[in-house]
Write a protein that binds this ligand. Structure first.
Ligand code: NAI
Length: 349
């Protein structure tokens, strides 16, 4: 018996995500919350013959309290998407406020829930949720808060499969994506792709290197392709809904006792980032990088999911020299993004 809740359920991501959660057999109750339209979305979904009982809530009459009460899994796609010409700061200031208010509701009404953060910028909104939770006694548990980076992972699988000439096999391609969830902080580890990125006979090492570089760039900035093609109508919604539902499904399976489920996610590091800092030192040597690197308290890497949420955080592992450079280059921006989130809550006092 699992109650799942979508906060921002009437939006571009929220609606298809709610549909995909409605058809997940592991969910028995689905609560939909938004500032608009959730009664309609809920009525529509309620006609689908799957076990999940669905209900929609709006802010009046304690809607947030009602939807969150009893929730075990809360997914947050609430907020504004990126539009052409919008700066990151503009996006941050709107979404930070929304995520803060929703995190406050979760801390009060669903303090033991697993929280899946989709609202951007994920590198900052995950620390915001954590900092809000820390203000409530016994609520903060780093094992239960996840930044959903699955869309980067899905894009990596799709683009690598296409590049291998096997587009139909993208679901079988596994590429770890580490770092964070914006631009250069997204670091796909193509050298660890399984199956490997193929080198067609006749391809020179230089041509292979530039194909890898182009793939990395496409994965890092895949979101821009969609923003541009939608031409002012928003950012990725359908692929993001699929990605969010995929992550939720993996977590639900792990909560139900399935072992060995590994997927990347942007999470707080339980040791405060010490193990990562050691690994980054080695990568900095590999990358010939001589500057001092900040210690990161949050990072996206492969994690094993378990009944309590994060069971194990995997090291980055062996990477190519180019990838070492990308990981190291991501650190300053990640550090700034994380601090921005933490400071936002500290200053909101
Ligand atoms: P949208 O504008 O279509 O939907 C957002 C929804 O949030 C709207 O229905 C709105 O009414 C609702 N909302 C606003 N304030 C709220 C509040 N206080 N409480 C509850 N609901 C509230 O936007 P879209 O395209 O669905 O994107 C949502 C977020 O997801 C954006 O921040 C976007 O940047 C992010 N995103 C994240 C991705 C990822 O990979 N993690 C990928 C794509 C988008």
């Amino acid at each position: 018996m699992v109650k799942a809740v979508v906060l921002g359920a009437a939006g571009g991501i929220g609606q298809p995500l709610s549909l995909l959660l409605k058809i997940n057999p592991l969910i028995t109750e689905l609560g939909l919350y938004d500032i608009v339209n959730t009664p309609g979305v809920a009525a529509d979904l309620s006609h689908i013959a799957t076990p999940a009982k669905v209900a929609g809530y709006l802010p009046p009459d304690d809607g947030l309290k009602k939807v969150l009460t009893g929730a075990e899994l809360v997914v947050i796609p609430a907020g504004v998407p990126r539009k052409p010409g919008m700066t990151r700061d503009q996006l941050f200031s709107i979404n930070a406020g929304i995520v803060k208010s929703l995190a406050t509701g979760i801390a009060e009404y669903a303090p033991k829930a697993f929280v899946l953060v989709i609202s951007n910028p994920v590198n900052s909104t995950v620390p915001i949720v954590a900092e809000v939770f820390k203000k409530y006694e016994g609520v903060y548990d780093p094992k239960r808060i996840f930044g959903v980076t699955t869309l980067d992972v899905i894009r990596a699988s799709t683009f690598v499969a296409e590049s291998n000439g096997t587009p139909g096999a993208s679901a079988d391609v596994v590429v770890p994506v580490v770092g964070g969830h914006s631009g250069v902080t997204i670091v796909p580890l193509l050298s660890q792709s399984s199956p490997a990125l193929e080198t067609p006979s006749g391809e020179t090492p230089d041509a292979f290197t530039s194909r890898v570089a182009a793939l990395v760039k496409r994965i890092q900035f895949g979101g821009d392709e969609v923003v541009k093609a939608k031409d002012g109508a928003g950012s990725a919604t359908l692929s993001m809904a699929y990605a969010g539902a995929e992550f939720a499904s993996k977590l639900l399976r792990a909560i139900n006792g399935e072992k060995g489920i590994v997927t990347p996610s942007f999470v707080a590091l339980p040791d405060g980032g010490k193990a990562l800092a050691e690994e980054l030192k080695t990568l900095a040597v590999q990358a010939n990088y001589n500057e001092e690197l900040a210690t990161l308290e949050y990072f996206s890497s492969n994690i094993t999911l378990g009944p309590q949420g994060v069971d194990k955080i995997h090291p980055i592992g062996k990477v190519s020299d180019e990838e070492a450079k990308l990981v190291v280059a991501a650190v300053p921006e990640l550090a700034t993004n994380i601090t921005t989130g933490v400071t936002y809550i500290a200053e909101a006092e």
